[in-house]
Write a protein that binds this ligand. Structure first.
Ligand code: IMP
Ligand code: MG
Length: 343
């Protein structure tokens, strides 16, 4: 029997509430990291990744970013797919000159139907602040074993993945730790597993996971409803400035995101429970521009005089509190991560 083995698996995922800059990190890794596959393991077109390639901005919602770098791009069995939005994304990629033959969909991926979307809009968009893409109802039908899978849809015939993985794999997370179905603030969460262990649904053993790249920002944001991010945050002038400077609007919904100071307690918990080995903290330049530096630590706000003091505090405490963490990186918007090491 001829078996091609998996050498290693790296995972990039969000440590917060989504929108942490995963797109930038995944494209950096996909470009430089010698991967054979880039795979999405959960969610659907509720996600939104923005990437910059040679100065041009591109946006995807479902198709993994590997397609921009000539890598096989897999939509895994625990994802959910909207056929029309998939077609639109394929068309967009083709028109921009990318090879969409690299895009494959697991035969087991569940299909989001018109009814799922209608139900989401009617029941959950306002009450829970969902993205109205039919995600929750689709996962309900999956677990209720009444859903439709990609293998049953004629259109996907040419896109079906043979369910084989080999070589070096990069897994691309969607949403973030605190939107996870089990870990987040239920019911103000999404309906899938956003933690790195969820990536194993693609068909590899957890033993093969090497690096877990956790994405965070130097401040927190939340798009969608969540009592942990009360509406009056929108009234705070400094937080508003951060939101404006950081362009904190939803990639998928266009909604204004709520901004708060970095909740360090939550960040530490997310790092430790996910097994993050490398953290990339983005948008340092936004706080520099606004010239205000605070963190929520032990439920209390701490103030710093400048960015160096704040970075020093973050590094010191993370090293102390997160035993699995090997590397801490900071990055400025649209800029390559500082001093990044591959292993
Ligand atoms: P759903 O995933 O559309 O059901 O939305 C459930 C919750 O997750 C809502 O609060 C959304 O705003 C949030 N959410 C879902 N996907 C994303 C994302 O990609 N970024 C940020 N928030 C998201
Ligand atoms: Mg996003």
């Amino acid at each position: 029997m001829d078996i091609k083995l998996i050498e290693k698996v790296d995972i990039c995922f969000g440590l917060c509430w989504g929108d942490e800059g995963k797109g930038k990190i995944v494209s950096f890794l996909a470009r430089h990291g010698n991967y054979d596959f880039v795979c999405r393991w959960a969610g659907g077109n509720n996600a939104g990744h923005t990437i910059y390639l040679d100065g041009t901005k591109y946006k995807t919602h479902l198709i993994p970013l590997g397609v921009f770098f000539g890598k096989k791009s897999i939509i895994g069995p625990d994802c959910v797919v909207n056929v029309e939005s998939f077609k639109k994304e394929i068309k967009y990629l083709r028109e921009n000159g990318f090879n969409t033959d690299l895009v494959k969909v697991s035969p087991k991926t569940h299909i989001i139907t018109k009814e799922h979307i209608e139900e989401d809009i009617k029941k959950y968009y306002n009450s829970q602040g969902t993205t109205a893409k039919g995600i929750g109802p689709c996962y309900r039908d999956k677990f209720g074993r009444t859903g439709i899978r990609a293998e049953e849809v004629e259109f996907f015939k040419d896109y079906l993945w043979d369910e084989k993985l080999y070589g070096n794999i990069l897994c691309e997370g969607a949403q973030g730790f605190w939107l996870d179905i089990d870990y987040g603030n239920y019911p103000y969460i999404t309906s899938s597993t956003t933690l790195p262990y969820g990536a194993c649904s693609l068909g590899f053993s957890p033993k093969l996971i090497r690096n877990i790249y956790g994405a965070a920002k130097i401040y927190d944001t939340r798009s969608g409803k969540d009592p942990l991010f009360p509406e009056d945050l929108l009234e705070d002038p400094i937080l508003n400035k951060i939101g404006l400077e950081g362009e904190e609007y939803g990639t998928t919904t266009g909604r204004k995101r709520k901004v708060n100071w970095l909740n360090f307690d939550k960040l530490v918990e997310a790092i430790n429970k996910s097994g993050t080995t490398d953290i990339i903290i983005s948008k340092v330049d936004v706080l520099e521009k606004v010239n205000s530096f605070k963190i929520i630590f032990n439920n209390q706000k701490i103030n710093f005089d400048n960015i160096s003091e704040m970075k020093f505090f973050i590094q010191l405490r993370l090293k102390d509190l997160c035993p699995l963490l090997n590397n801490i990186y900071f990055s400025k918007d649209k800029e390559i991560v500082e001093n990044f090491k591959f292993d």
